[in-house]
Design a binder for this molecule. Sequence first.
Ligand code: SAH
Length: 345
Amino acid sequence: METIDIRSLYFSELEKIIKEMGERPFRASQLYGWLHQKLATDFGQMTDLPVKLREKFAGQFELTVLELLEERVSLTDETRKYLFRLADGNVIESVWMEYRHGNSVCISSQVGCRMGCRFCASTIDGLERNLAASEMLEQIYRIQDLTGRRISHVVIMGSGEPFDNYDAVIRFLHLISDERGLNISLRNITLSTCGIVPGIYRFAEEGLPVTLALSLHAPNDEIRRKLMPAAKAYPLPEVLKACGEYFKRTGRRVTFEYSLMKGINDGRQEAEELARLLEGLHGHVNLIPVNPVKERDFTRSDHKAILEFKEILEKAGIAVTIRREMGRDIQGACGQLRRSFLSRN
Ligand code: SAH
């Protein structure tokens, strides 16, 4: 019999199981509080449960806990990067960032990724496996515990494509925003996708007030297909139509992520084309100077080119920001720290 991953269960599911075990219903509330508010790492810590019951639970349930392997603190800002080991030995990374509006954690949704974006380190070895909801939660729980600071914002922008692990991501979103748990507002959560069209429509149907970020990176399909293999399956007109639908359904403005790569997508012409492409979409463009990855040969755009690119969009009436660069000195880009760890060991 497979043991139940107890930290991935909804409260209603836990209640049902506790009842079936012949235990009193209030045990479910106690247990859930330990799992999602007190962030317990062991049944032995659950001191308001009888010892016998703690032992029974320990025998029947699997309690997912991430083991800290490495913490890197940026010298230039307050960013911290964490490397965690999963129960099966796989390694994932998460990032903690301090903003004026609160503390934010960037989580991974998969071990590796199979989307194949050319500039991204997470995809070099392909997909290893999906993460369970508990493993996504634990990235936040461990970091809140380690920093002692309340986390108010979450971005699903680490390694992995969230819509390639759809059900577990939805489960995660419900659990992290549960008032019996950390109660993080869905409005403070951003999910980033490379543009899996059916995933965007399905997600719009969920009716969750989560911000959708689309990894755009190009003003046309010709350039986009060279950078992102997923673009071959989902052409831009379809992707943007889906984003428009997401805005209509949820009222949330879509963020378009655009990593600037020198000589590839950062010219005046591309900026003008991008402005035309996004006209009337009510979106917001986030310009990100590409993080050069050792295994890939992309160079970041010059400062002047970045400012010019931004100005062209602004003049066309498109909302645009340049992403504040954080944690560059600690291998802040998607999948970089995990890769350097894997090659060291
Ligand atoms: N699979 C999802 C989420 C993970 S990647 C997605 O594609 O959106 C999070 C963001 O970081 C994406 O916009 C991705 O394109 C970008 N990214 C990945 N590697 C990068 C790099 N080396 N430099 C800049 N941005 C990068």
